[in-house]
Design a protein around this ligand. Structure first.
Ligand code: SAM
Ligand code: SF4
Length: 352
């Protein structure tokens, strides 16, 4: 069970020279530079994946507790000069946040943002892909764990596979050309989805990434026996499609191990946070929908940016808060350690 609530007190009143504070890069005590910010815009969702959310009676945050688009933009404008170049919008399901494309427009206009991406379940994409593209979103990750409606419904506890597939095609038609599919793999449930997913991705020129199931489900049912490892999946794919060739790692901090199909039909990757943790190269920082800054998915401590913003704090106070968060980052998540404690939040309350 999640165990803690010892959130760090907000630092207020600490005033260092604005330029010094804001300009220095976000390097933690292990030398990892933080260039990547995940911004959650809601804890709401239109489906109920069992590895992320409770099925019923979800207590969502009231609207006034969520950061407004203005507040999110302000936070981004503080961290981008500190070396953050990549922003990813996530949730909950980001497309259920009203007029999310208007946030994209604001973030795309910030000088220094080199990559503006979103992770979505794709269900509402058909209607929104064009507006997102026009607003300046350059990359989309779409979650798709199964090609069979029955398995999809067992995971999502709602229907919707066809809408996701329609959303993928709509996004391609709108000019999103680097769409990635994210598939969470669950032992005992999704083995028969591996090859159909790979076939679909190869056929439609989509990059597929399998993600190991992490202990971030809301119902606390995770156990390591449900983890279908990336290595296991890779062997199954090679048995069907032939040898996979290691792809170049353009960005050493990327979590995925990427491969190319020897026949030239694209790439497939594996994100193995449980069996092969990549914490040593982590460059990610997160802000939850209600403005809590986190240095790790598994962090048990948060820094309250919303309090600084809503109490009239200056940009340098926000910068100090982010720096304190980064400096406190641990070397790794420690899932395999006997001392591991799950965070109090589940995935939908953090932003994956
Ligand atoms: N709703 C959007 C979606 O599903 O793409 C964005 C938010 S979701 C939390 C972000 C990603 O986290 C998705 O790809 C989802 O499959 C993944 N995810 C959620 N819970 C997970 C878990 N316990 N282990 C591994 N991945 C998880
Ligand atoms: Fe919703 Fe995404 Fe969580 Fe699934 S993984 S319940 S789509 S937020």
């Amino acid at each position: 069970m999640p165990s803690e609530t010892n959130f760090a007190p907000v630092k207020t009143g600490l005033r260092i020279s604005t330029c010094m504070t804001i300009a220095a890069p976000l390097v933690d005590s292990f030398g990892r530079a933080h260039t990547n910010l995940r911004i959650s815009v809601t804890d709401r969702c239109n489906i109920r994946c069992f590895y992320c959310m409770p099925n019923e009676n979800v207590r969502f945050k009231p609207r006034h507790e969520l950061l407004s688009f203005e507040e999110i933009e302000r936070f981004a404008r503080v961290v981008v000069p500190m070396g953050v170049t990549k922003l990813r919008i996530t949730g909950g399901e980001p497309l259920v946040r009203h007029e999310i494309h208007k946030l994209i427009t604001r973030l795309a206009a910030i000088p220094g943002v080199q990559d503006l991406a979103m992770t979505t379940n794709g269900i509402l994409l058909t209607d929104q892909a064009a507006a997102l593209r026009q607003a300046g979103l350059n990359r989309l990750n779409i979650s798709l764990d199964a090609m069979h409606e029955e398995t999809f419904a067992k995971i999502a506890r709602r229907e919707g596979l066809q809408r996701v597939l329609d959303g993928i095609f709509a996004a391609q038609q709108c000019g999103f050309d680097r769409i990635r599919l994210n598939a969470v793999a669950i032992r005992g449930l999704t083995e028969d989805e591996i090859l159909p997913l790979a076939e679909f991705a190869r056929k439609h020129r989509l990059e597929l990434r399998f993600i190991e199931f992490m202990p971030l489900d809301a119902e606390g049912r995770w156990d390591d026996g449900q983890v279908l490892t990336g290595e296991d999946i890779r062997r199954r794919i090679e048995a069907e499609f032939g040898p996979l060739v290691t792809a170049d790692r353009a960005d050493p901090s990327q979590p995925a191990l990427d491969y190319q199909y020897a026949d030239g039909a694209g790439r497939v990757g594996f994100i193995n946070p449980v069996s092969q943790p990549f914490c040593g190269d982590c460059n990610r920082l997160r802000i939850t929908a209600e403005g809590q800054v986190r240095n790790c998915l598994f962090s048990t401590v948060e820094w309250d940016a919303r309090q600084v913003i809503r109490s009239g704090g200056e940009d340098d106070q926000l910068a100090d808060l982010v720096r304190a968060c980064v400096e406190a980052k641990k070397p790794g998540h420690g899932i395999d350690s006997p001392e591991f404690l799950r965070p109090r939040r589940a995935m939908y309350q953090i932003g994956g």
